[in-house]
Write a new protein. Structure first.
Length: 337
């Protein structure tokens, strides 16, 4: 699958070969032309897995300052080609300056996306299963947080609103599970103490890897975030971006795996000290489901054509980079349907 978004060509077709013909990029698979795009329409190339590029195209991209980023088939960042003219240093500078000037605004955008996506999940559950006290309380808390979020003046206020909504959401999360095999009595981690928390933590880690790769691919520093506090070794910006996908992608995948009984108690194992982790078979099952989800398409609010879900972090990272550089007047977070 090949997708052109935000002047960037994303190539996910395994075995694809990109070459330069005149000033046109040709994408071929097994000798068959799949698409051709004028080079001057592209700011960069993002290549996933087994995708080959001709030396002449690489040389031209380097010469023009056009970035080429490589990812594994699973979306993990591998490396980036940038020529002698690169805006990354200016982008990083803008990112650091935004810590003082735009931190509250960006934190609000990340939290707004999380609240709206979580609210949609709760509303859908209440339509399908009927109103419960926990659902009603969680929805009311999300409405309150969304109402007060634009008025937050500090990061602590933004984090407080997000924390209140999250507490109410996880108080209702157990009622999203059906079948009775698994129960949920609150969020816990490091280590997780039950199968549901073990699965949530594993899926969030997969999403964090995707977000880190997307940020690295556009030249942003994954450790310099706005909503999450800066700590050595912590990819704070990747965690910020993760908030946009936590409920819409992560929690929905967890609920599907458990409610459809794709995962059962045999996919988890208890370790000494009470920690509960996914077994090897359990991890394989989750990764396969996660990869299938990445290939599905969804309507992004800014594009007419559906885009693969796996590209959403890359789209948002590029939008964020453009906002930080001053190319966009505002950052538009992802809100799914």
């Amino acid at each position: 699958m090949n997708t052109q978004l935000l002047n960037t060509l994303y190539v996910q077709a395994q075995g694809a070969y990109l070459r330069l013909q005149g000033d046109t990029v040709r994408v071929e698979v097994e000798g068959s032309l799949k698409c051709q795009i004028p080079l001057h329409h592209l700011d960069g190339l993002c290549l996933f897995g087994n995708v080959l590029v001709s030396p002449f195209l690489l040389h031209r991209c380097a010469q023009d300052g056009r970035e080429v980023a490589w990812y594994g088939e699973n979306g993990r960042f591998q490396g980036r080609l940038a020529g002698p003219v690169s805006g990354n240093v200016l982008l990083r500078r803008a990112q650091h300056q935004a810590l003082d000037a735009k931190a509250v605004y960006l934190a609000q955008r990340f939290v707004e996306s999380k609240l709206r996506n979580t609210r949609a999940l709760l509303q859908r559950a209440m339509r399908e299963r009927g109103e419960t006290e926990a659902f009603a309380s969680a929805l009311a808390e999300h409405e309150t947080s969304l109402r007060w979020l634009p008025y937050a003046q500090t990061l602590d206020e933004v984090r407080g609103l997000e924390g209140n909504a999250a507490s109410a959401y996880f108080a209702a999360f157990g009622e999203l599970l059906i079948g009775g095999e698994f129960s949920f009595n609150g969020r816990n981690k490091r280590p997780p103490r039950d199968p549901v928390n073990a699965l949530l933590g594993f899926v969030y880690a997969l999403l964090a890897t995707q977000c880190t790769a997307a940020l690295e691919g556009v030249g942003l520093d994954p450790q310099v975030g706005f909503l999450h506090a800066l700590r050595p070794g912590r990819n704070a910006l990747a965690l910020d971006l993760l908030e946009e996908f936590r409920a819409w992608w992560g929690d929905r995948l967890v609920l599907a795996l458990l409610n459809r009984k794709q995962l059962t108690s045999r996919h988890f194992e208890e370790r000494p000290g009470g920690a509960v982790l996914l077994s090897e078979d359990g991890r394989k099952e989750v990764i396969v489901a996660f990869q299938k989800r990445r290939q599905e398409t969804v309507q992004h609010p800014l594009f007419k054509e559906p885009v693969p879900i796996g590209l959403l972090p890359h789209i948002q990272a590029r939008l964020l980079a453009r906002y930080l550089r001053g190319d966009l007047p505002e950052y538009v977070p992802f809100v799914g349907k």
